[in-house]
Structure formats: C-alpha cells, structure tokens
Design a protein around this ligand. Structure first.
Ligand code: ATP
Length: 588
C-alpha cells in the first residue's frame, strides 16, 4: 500500500477539527487498506507502532532528525536549523527543504506503508553504542525516497509530534462504518477493545473475520484489560439510593492501582492507564508466583506504601518515589509496600469478567495466600447508613481515603465508569465534597519569586462527547517551590506554538501545552462563567462553569491520561449537588 494514501489523509485531518469529517476520512482510509496491514495503519494514525502497553517507543531526538535531513538533502545542518527556527515545526522544515531538492532530482519509486512501518520499527528497537548513527542512516534512507509531504509526516511520527486529534472512539466508529456499514455496530468492537486495550488487534479482527471476529475476542494474559471505574457519591444516603439493599463495602486505599498478569513464573504489571510498570515493582514480580495458587491469572490490586516499623499505610505521594529508572533496588528497600488484592479478572484459562462480584471476591480469597506483603482489601457487606458509616470510620482510621461500594451481583464492566461501583470519600476537603482531576492546557509566567517559572496554570476538564478539553479555571495557589520547579520541568517539553485543536479556551495564556498532564485541584465552589468553556450551555445558554478559589492539592496524577480527567458531566453533577445543599440550608 502506497504511503502517500496515508499522508494525504493525515493532511486532510490536520485541517479539520470536526469529528464527523475526521471519521469520514478514516473510513475512506480503512476502505483502502488491505486487511493484513490494517493493524499497522491503526497504530500509525495514532502516531504509534504498537499499543501503548507494549512500550515500543520511537523517541527520536530533534538533533538526530536534523542530522538525517542534512544527510538526505545534502544541506548543512545550520541551514536546516535556520528554516526550522523560522517555522517551529521540523516536519514542515524538512518538507520545505526536500521540496527544493525534488525539483532537481528525478522521481523515485513510491515508498510503501510496509517499508515505512518496518523502518520505524527497526529504529525503535535499536539500542546501544552505535544506535544513534544507525538510526540516522535509516531515517535518511527513508527521507531520500519520500515526497516532501511524506517526509513531513515521517518526521512527526519519529519525533512523537503527530497529533491529529483522533480519539479511540473515533477510530472505532470509523472501523464499524468501514466494515459493517454502520456506526450502530460499534459495541462489539468496544467490548473487544476493553478486554485487549489493543485497537490494532480489534481492527484486524473485524477486517479479517467481520463482526463475529470481534464478538469472539478473548482475554489474553499480558494484554491489559481496561479498568472498571467508579461513580462518586457524597454521602451514605446517596449510596443507598443508588444501589439499594445490600452491597459490599471495601476500603478505598490511597495507592497505585496495579493490574497483575501471571503466567507460570512470568509476571507483568500494568498501571491504571495501562503502561507497563513492571520495572518499578521488582518485589511484586518476585513474590506474586509464590502468593498465588494459580497457573495463570489477571488480578487487580492496590500497591500502597507502608511504614516498615508499624505496618501503617502511607499516603500516595510516598509511592511515587518508586517511579524511577535507576536505583530501583534502593527504592524498594527505602519505600516498602504492601499489595492489596481487590479483583480477579481471569483465572487458569477462564475469564471472570461475567462472574458477579461476590464470586470474583470468593475466587480471590481462594487463591491469594495472605502474609505481611500480600493482603486482600478489607471487605464487609453493608445494608444501612450506620453500617456504612462505621466501616468508613474504620477505613479512615486505617489511613485510607474512604470506601468503594460494590454491587454484589454485578459483573466486571471493563473500561466503564458506572454505578455498580461507587466511591465514597470521607474527608470533605472543601465545600465541593471532592477534588477534581484537571488537565494543564496553558500557563502564565510568574513574577517575583516565581520569575522564570510558570506562576499560574490554565486548567481544563475533559468533554468526552466532543473529545475536547474546555477551560475551567486558572490556578496559582497551593504550589510549593519544589512544585514550581517540577511543573516547569514537566511542562517545558509539552509547549506548543498554537492552541491544540482539542483545547477549548477563550483565555490566552503566555504558553500553550499539549493537553497531557493531569493535576488534582480542590475548590470552594463551582460558579457560572462567561469566559470558561467547561459544560458550556448546559446549565445556562452562553455560560460555562468555573471553579472559585481553586487550589493545587500537591498531587500530580501521573497515572491518569488526559482523557481520565474529570469530565464536564462530573462538574455539572457537582454543581447541581452544591445547589441542592444550598437550598436545603436556605430552607432550614
Ligand atoms: P480517584 O481519583 O478517586 O483515585 P480514579 O478515577 O482513579 O479515582 P475510580 O474508579 O474513580 O478511579 O476510583 C477507584 C480507584 O481507587 C481505583 O482506580 C483504585 O486505584 C483505587 N482503589 C483503592 N481501593 C480500591 C478498591 N478496594 N477497589 C477498587 N479500587 C480501589
């Protein structure tokens, strides 16, 4: 398949932000793609070579790319840097330079998608001493045969700057339309994606075996399952109203969610956002085969930092010291953890997803051998407000955040947030009753003590209907000096020249960022706003919602993708909840 078909689609996509148009371009592209290539095309349109959990990363540095362009075009590095500095986009710069070159050389054989993919894959896999030179040669050879437009997108993929604004849902819509004629058939694709987290694999199934292929999709160990998520409730009473009668209450531990995959002696760990985090927890890897009476299994647990002397739980921040590439052994010693199991998704060749919660819990009890390191999350069944209250009290006393309330006969709904699981946090840290996880979309430079760093951040919610990030507030409170340095470091490689097409904001900060980093915020109130875009037109026509007196809690939510941030819907329900409370107080 000619690579030009793909890049022509990319170019059209870059020029629209309308989801319907994006979907149609994808449908046309998929229809032109042979089925043995579809998975690779699906990865490429998302700027990847494999699903995220595989950890295949291109990560080519700009410097190396510039050397490759120089070699391919026979133009000095300085010249390329000049063109690049004028425009600010290396892909465009390469395309301009090569345009001049193609006018003077003869036309080559068109490059194929297969060749581009294979070469990029080789580049990603190269390691070691001479790898930089080899990478440079591979890139230059691709650029030699590429048209200027192809070169532009090859560079964007290599540098990790291809951002076409295509959400997973858009890809699934387009696959359903391309292969079955209608978006209505998306559900089996979604289910298949939820149990495999691999859109390429889903695409291949529908392209080669049709809808039936996606319906027969099976869980496989080492392919992470998208996690089930909880709705939040503010009181025991609200929980009872939502899930009635009798349900399970578990401690909500304040650690990191870990999906543990075991086959024989091999253990692989995935985070909440399905990154491979095996290297951070050598202790879990070593102990899991001994703890579990199982041949192969996929289990969920919360890793929590503990005080080694007392065995008490420590807050989430302590655990983040484990996130390092070097000296992991030392960190394991300095920051000991416990692993607290709360769900069983797969056991010895069989999926547990359709089992009711009570049976999955029983399965866990049967296979986990508890000791100082491995435990089952404390659980009880509750029926009344006072029973919930009592268990909540115990959980807070044990250093937990609150409770998870789970419907006893509900299956595990992978990838879904819903009311079969509820979270109830005790600590009303602010008048809103809960914190929000917001995406950093821009910043204003600081003054005084904050000069040279970002003094104020512009934040957004996630609008999952339209797949955009609408602004909700500016925040400049709650930052320590260390936070300010950390933000500057973390955000400086996310700076973009223009507002990202998925960002919706009328405010103009000093710098825009790729919407990637998620931070936790508390606030005193949610108000209607003429400027901010979160939940626009929902409460009142022409108004959005904004946070009053927002404050950073100190938590950077590394484990959350921007699409996991608080949604407009959540903000609307908090807004309505606060109005209700106000009315009740007014009446009293
Ligand atoms: P939060 O911001 O409250 O941590 P979240 O968006 O990460 O929430 P939710 O599904 O809303 O995810 O809340 C559940 C989270 O709480 C899980 O991701 C997990 O990390 C953690 N957790 C702690 N204890 C439990 C438990 N017993 N059962 C399920 N999840 C638990």
């Amino acid at each position: 398949m000619k690579f030009s078909i793909i890049v022509e689609t990319f170019e059209k996509m870059e020029n629209t932000t309308k989801r319907l148009e994006l979907t149609q371009y994808l449908v046309d592209l998929f229809k032109n793609t042979p089925s043995d290539l579809i998975s690779k095309v699906v990865y490429l349109i998302q700027g990847k070579l494999r699903p995220d959990f595989d950890g295949v990363e291109l990560g080519v540095a700009e410097k190396l790319a510039i050397r490759a362009i120089s070699k391919s075009a026979g133009i000095p590095i300085k010249k390329i840097e000049e063109v690049y500095n004028k425009g600010g986009d290396l892909g465009h710069a390469a395309s301009k330079i090569l345009e001049q070159k193609t006018q003077t050389t003869f036309v080559k054989e068109p490059i194929t998608t297969e060749r581009v993919y294979e070469t990029l894959y080789k580049i990603a896999e190269l390691e070691g001493l001479r790898s930089q030179d080899m990478k440079m040669k591979y890139i230059a050879s691709l650029l030699n045969d590429a048209t200027p437009l192809e070169a532009r997108f090859i560079l964007k993929i290599l540098l990790g700057t291809l951002r076409l604004g295509i959400a997973d849902n858009t890809v699934m819509d387009a696959l359903a339309i391309a292969y079955t004629g209608s978006k209505e058939n998306r559900e089996p694709l979604e289910t298949a994606y939820n149990v495999s987290s691999d859109l390429g694999k889903v695409a291949e199934a529908i392209a080669t075996k049709g809808l039936d292929g996606t319906k027969k999709f099976e869980i496989s160990v080492f392919n992470p399952i998208r996690p089930m998520l909880a709705d939040r409730v503010k009181s025991e009473q609200e929980a009872l109203e939502k899930i009635g009668n009798e349900f399970a209450a578990e401690y909500k531990l304040d650690g990191e969610r870990v999906q543990i995959h075991l086959k024989g002696e091999k253990v692989v760990l995935f985070s909440r956002r399905l990154e491979n985090i095996t290297s951070y927890y050598p202790d879990i890897v070593e102990k899991t085969p001994k703890i579990l009476k199982a041949r192969d299994a996929i289990l969920e647990a919360e890793a929590v930092a503990i005080n080694d002397d007392t065995g008490e739980f420590l807050p989430f921040q302590e655990l983040m010291h484990r996130r390092r590439k070097y000296n992991v052994e030392k960190a394991v010693e300095r920051y000991p953890i416990t692993i607290n199991f709360f769900d069983a998704l797969y056991l010895d060749g069989k999926s547990c997803l359709d089992m009711p919660y009570s049976q999955r819990r029983k399965t866990l009890e049967d296979i986990v051998t508890e000791d100082n390191f491995a435990r089952l999350v404390p659980m009880t069944t509750v029926k009344t407000e006072s029973e919930i209250e009592e268990f909540l009290e115990n959980s807070i006393n044990a250093g937990c955040e609150g409770l998870m309330l789970k419907v006893l006969n509900a299956p595990y709904r992978a990838g879904m947030r819903g009311s079969n699981w509820l979270k109830l946090k005790r600590e009303y840290r602010n008048e809103l009753g809960d914190s929000l996880d917001l995406v950093v979309i821009g910043a204003f430079f600081g003054r005084g003590r904050r000069t040279g760093r970002y003094g104020t951040l512009l934040l957004a919610t996630y609008n999952d209907n339209e797949d955009v990030f609408p602004s909700i507030c500016k925040v400049g409170t709650g930052f320590t000096d260390e936070n300010l340095d950390q933000f500057y470091q973390l955000l400086s490689d996310k700076v973009t020249l223009k507002k990202n097409p998925r960002v919706d904001s009328e405010m103009e900060p000093d710098v825009w960022f790729e919407p990637e980093l998620v931070i936790e915020i508390v606030a005193s109130e949610i108000t209607l706003s003429p400027i901010h875009k979160a939940a626009k037109d929902i409460i009142r026509k022409g108004s959005g919602l904004a946070l009053r007196f927002p404050k950073f809690t100190g938590k950077i939510r590394f484990e959350k993708a921007p699409e996991d941030a608080s949604t407009d819907q959540e903000v609307v329900s908090l807004y309505k909840g606060q109005k209700k409370i106000k009315q009740e107080i007014g009446q009293a």
